[in-house]
Design a protein around this ligand. Structure first.
Ligand code: MN
Length: 457
């Protein structure tokens, strides 16, 4: 099957050009001017932008947390992602303490295989550390899992500084890359106990118990551990200026540090937690939303290249699920939806409003995550030989985010009422037209993408 995308503007991280793209089967065969091809389905892309399929390197589909399960599984989450231009997600396989990494990986394959609309891959969560887990690490690489996740908060997930240091040293041997959730667990728990004892139980107390400096403390501690272990690390969902200062200090020491942020930290702020009638629960996630000052700082960091990727931390719960914490904010399941809206939001508030360039958008949503997580150049760029994962974006027109128009399995959206500039018209997944004008045409066409080693300079 051949498709010829004519006269669009190809947007890669390295630059943009007006050219045609000939897709043969699953791959991009030729990029050039005035291409002709017999028997190709010709698509006129005049006036449209062609982005490389977006990669969301931080999703939680079908995850058990807070005595419930995320509203989106790989079926609903994968469809929502693809509709939003995301042709590949990297979710977190998450064994419980006492379970093997292999058990966790097999379980995540069971959740995703054969029922996901977009391509997918898995990071492996290390929330337990012993000799048998150490011995499993090389087996993960053999199965295409080359990135890992560790936690400096949440007792169920933490392994402690000493063990984390040992795990980082072990992963270094294989060239593994590790993302870490950075918040100081002990002080947060003490603040939560203090607030509860004082009868402060509403969602507005959530950010008060998780201040920015406690995120920055953990970022700084991690980066010092990584310095001694001599290994690059990823700060996932970085939210604030205080944490960026720790990153700057580590980079000044000569460390390689990668930074991810998310749309919620760029577009929403902590005042949302004080909305009446428990509405603040919609925005409960960790780390929490920060101040408008932090938002501006994150945009500046994107403009200056201090941040490497924008992923979503999609972890969705319905309002009914959020209601479990109506009388106690610590029981509100933490997380917000994001996969379906990331591309159009970043285009609108990043590119169209002049905060970043369209090439930077391709870098943060496609090329950098592909390189950082070992999927480049198969994914992450519109290049000859790459998978034909292409988002056709029409910059003209305007629409508004409405939860009722979205297909993720959530009955609200944190960006309700946000204006969108233009919009995604078509999405190609490995050469097949998979989304057209908001309609997902291929429900279960995604495949597992085994990844190589991290290679982001
Ligand atoms: Mn997460």
């Amino acid at each position: 099957m051949k498709t010829l995308l004519k006269n669009g503007t190809i947007v890669n991280a390295s630059g943009s050009r007006r050219a045609d793209v000939l897709i043969c089967g699953e791959k991009i065969k030729v990029i050039g001017e005035h291409l002709e091809s017999e028997n190709a389905n010709i698509v006129d892309c005049t006036g449209k932008l062609l982005f490389p399929g977006f990669i969301d390197a931080h999703t939680h589909f079908d995850l058990d947390v807070c005595n419930t399960t995320t509203a989106d599984d790989f079926y609903t989450g994968g469809r929502a992602a693809l509709k939003g231009g995301t042709t590949m997600v990297i979710d977190f396989a998450c064994p419980n303490k006492g379970e093997s990494l292999q058990y966790g990986l097999d379980l995540w394959h069971k959740k995703a295989d054969g029922r996901t609309a977009c391509d997918y891959s898995f990071h492996m969560t290390i929330d337990d550390w012993n000799e048998s887990i150490r011995a499993e690490i090389p087996k993960m690489f053999e199965q295409g899992v080359t990135s890992f996740k560790m936690y400096l908060t949440y007792p169920a997930m933490m392994i402690g500084d000493g063990e984390m240091f040992q795990a980082l040293q072990e992963l270094r041997k294989y060239g593994g890359i590790t993302g870490v959730h950075c918040e100081n667990a002990g002080v947060i728990d003490a603040l939560i106990a203090e607030h509860k004892a004082a009868g402060k139980l509403g969602p507005e107390n959530h950010p008060r118990c998780r201040p920015d400096v406690l995120e920055a403390e953990a970022v700084g501690r991690l980066l010092k551990m990584a310095c001694v272990a001599d290994v690059p690390v990823v700060i996932v969902h970085l939210t604030c200026d205080a944490s960026l200062k720790e990153v700057e200090a580590a980079r000044a020491r000569g460390q390689r540090v990668y930074v991810e942020t998310c749309p919620q930290y760029l577009l929403l702020d902590e005042r949302r937690y004080s909305l009446p009638d428990f509405e603040g629960a919609k925005y409960v996630c960790a780390p929490p939303l920060r101040t408008p000052y932090d938002q501006a700082r994150l945009w500046k960091a994107l403009r200056d290249g201090e941040i490497d990727t924008i992923s979503t931390d999609h972890c969705s719960f319905t309002l009914k699920q959020k209601d479990a914490g109506r009388d106690d904010f610590t029981k509100i399941p933490g997380g917000v939806p994001g996969v379906e809206t990331r591309g159009e939001l970043i285009y609108t508030y990043g590119v169209a409003e002049g905060r970043i360039t369209k090439e930077q958008m391709a870098k943060y949503l496609s090329e950098n995550p592909a390189k950082l997580y070992g999927a480049y150049p198969r994914k992450g760029a519109i290049l000859e030989g790459s998978d034909a994962d292409i988002v056709i974006y029409n910059p003209e027109g305007e629409k508004t985010v409405r939860a009722k128009d979205l297909i993720a399995n959530v009955d609200y959206n944190p960006y309700e009422g946000f204006r969108i500039a233009g919009g995604i018209e078509q999405v190609y997944l490995r050469g097949r037209l998979a989304v057209e004008n908001g309609r997902v045409l291929e429900d279960k066409g995604g495949v597992f993408i085994p990844r190589g080693l991290s290679d982001l300079k």
